[in-house]
Ligand binder design. Structure first.
Ligand SMILES: Nc1ncnc2c1ncn2[C@@H]1O[C@H](COP(=O)(O)OP(=O)(O)OP(=O)(O)O)[C@@H](O)[C@H]1O
Ligand SMILES: [Mg+2]
Length: 256
């Protein structure tokens, strides 16, 4: 079964068509990448998938159900979570608190009960803390649990966002340029982490400019240029696709 089906997805901003009649599907367990030059519409696709933006036309189906008009918290509850190109951590919160708050997008009743100080919830709170600590270990930030999110270097902020996105136990996780600001060894660790996330049973949709990473981890690649899909297929074929090479002027792809 297709986990995600995007059909004729279009988003206009005034006169600009940021996403233009884009079709693609993501299967359960896949690692799929969306690539394309700056301004191609990649982040806008993520904003549409997560309800931050509403499609002008077209449909998005998640587990065969249309989610076009759903609000971000409803989409999160259905099992889609994301990281942001420009990291958006909670200000004045430690790393572990950031991950714990990520989890609460899933359970609002829990939050209400927590405010009322109910004992069952205190136990849940402990579980939430334990789970947050597990996720920090998962992304290699266990030593940074009590550091303010905003005090972490960029690479670690990105890892923290991944931990926070995992806290909702999503079926599909959208990573928007997770390798931006990471050095080579951090990027290599990120590749391992992406495989580990998949091995936990999640499906991954990855927007990334680091072609080495894309070519290494992706099962399948969608290429956008000026809002349109210009190619789709396995990495080895994408790399040699004439239109793709043109769109990138040969550079990033050839060096991958
Ligand atoms: N909220 C908005 N209002 C108006 N224009 C927007 C909005 N969001 C994005 N755009 C425009 O839509 C186009 C696609 O932007 P988008 O951020 O999706 O590109 P991208 O592929 O993620 O690029 P990058 O690789 O630089 O992150 C750009 O021309 C951008 O300026
Ligand atoms: Mg972007």
């Amino acid at each position: 079964m297709h986990l995600l089906e995007v059909e004729a997805l279009t988003k206009r901003f005034g006169g600009l068509i940021a996403v233009n009649a884009v079709n693609f599907r993501v299967d359960s367990g896949q690692i799929k990448a969306i690539i394309g030059p700056n301004g191609a519409g990649k982040t806008t696709v993520f904003n549409l998938l997560t309800g931050i933006e509403t499609p002008t036309t077209g449909t998005i189906k998640f587990e065969s159900k249309e989610i076009n008009r759903k609000k971000p918290h409803q989409i999160a509850a259905l099992g889609i979570s994301r990281t942001f190109q420009n990291t958006r951590l909670f200000p004045n919160m430690t790393a572990v608190e950031n991950v714990m708050l990520g989890r609460h997008t899933r359970t609002r009743t829990e939050m209400l009960a927590a405010m009322l100080g109910m004992p069952a919830v205190r136990r849940e709170d402990e579980e939430t803390t334990e789970r947050a600590e597990y996720l920090l270990r998962f992304v290699g930030l266990d030593k940074k649990a009590n550091v303010l999110g905003d005090d972490l270097p960029q690479g670690e902020r990105r890892l923290l966002e991944i931990a926070r996105a995992l806290a909702t136990e999503p079926k599909l996780i959208l990573l928007d340029e997770p390798a931006a600001g990471l050095n080579n060894s951090e990027t290599a660790k990120l590749a391992e982490m992406i495989y580990k996330i998949r091995d936990l049973g999640m499906t991954i949709l990855l927007v990334e400019h680091d072609m080495g990473l894309v070519m290494e981890v992706s099962d399948d690649v969608v290429v956008l240029n000026y809002g349109k899909k210009i190619a789709e297929g396995p990495p080895l074929l994408i790399r040699e696709d004439e239109q793709v090479v043109q769109a990138y002027l040969g550079q990033e792809i050839a060096n991958a």
